[in-house]
Write a protein that binds this ligand. Structure first.
Ligand SMILES: Cc1cc2nc3c(=O)[nH]c(=O)nc-3n(C[C@H](O)[C@H](O)[C@H](O)COP(=O)(O)O)c2cc1C
Length: 170
């Protein structure tokens, strides 16, 4: 199997991490992968907040109900969307979804464990994240990516399901 498909098929949510630090150059590579995602009319609505502070992670854990993995996370990326045009307002969930998945796959390819934490469209989580990270009113915190070198292994989930595939018409 080629390397790209291998990464797609072996990426899993990793929620336990070692103490090993992810260096700044590696974080930049992950962000670059995010910025190479497709976006509607190439509007590239993304902004990123790179969080290394355990204090901030503790605050996030208090407001996000499914974020316990941040106890051992090394870095959290807050993936945000600008809202400065109609195209951004309309398509940012798709654009940011593609961006987030690029980062997860890039992390897997570099041996880094990751998990996507949903924020948008929960209005409570959007507000809490905006408060914690001083995000301006015209920017939406879309999601979080928890990162660290893996302290767990997860098997291939074997998800191919032929019953979901329809040919020509439903
Ligand atoms: C939109 C979205 C929101 C998610 N939110 C959370 C979350 O808040 N906490 C968490 O632990 N995992 C979260 N996940 C990860 C999913 O639970 C995970 O992707 C799913 O169980 C499949 O497992 P896998 O990633 O190992 O293939 C989220 C995934 C997506 C796509």
């Amino acid at each position: 199997m080629n390397e790209t498909l291998n990464i797609i098929f072996t990426r899993r949510s990793i929620r336990a991490y070692t103490d090993k630090q992810i260096d700044d150059a590696t974080i930049e590579t992950l962000l670059k992968a995010g910025m190479y995602a497709p976006s509607a009319k190439n509007n590239q609505p993304w902004h990123f907040i790179v969080v290394r502070s355990k204090d901030t992670m503790n605050k996030i854990m208090k407001v996000h109900p499914y974020s316990r993995m941040l106890r051992t996370a090394n870095v959290v990326i807050v993936v945000c969307a600008g809202q400065t045009s109609e195209i951004q307002k309309m398509f940012f969930p798709q654009d940011l979804g593609a961006c987030t998945e690029n980062i997860l796959l890039a992390a897997t390819s570099l041996g880094i464990g990751s998990v996507w934490l949903g924020v948008y469209p929960s209005s409570d989580r959007v507000k809490e994240l905006a408060d914690i990270c001083d995000i301006p009113n015209d920017v939406v915190p879309f999601g979080l990516i928890s990162l660290g070198y893996p302290a767990e292994e997860r098997p291939d989930p074997n998800r191919y399901d032929a019953s979901r595939v329809h040919t020509e018409k439903w």
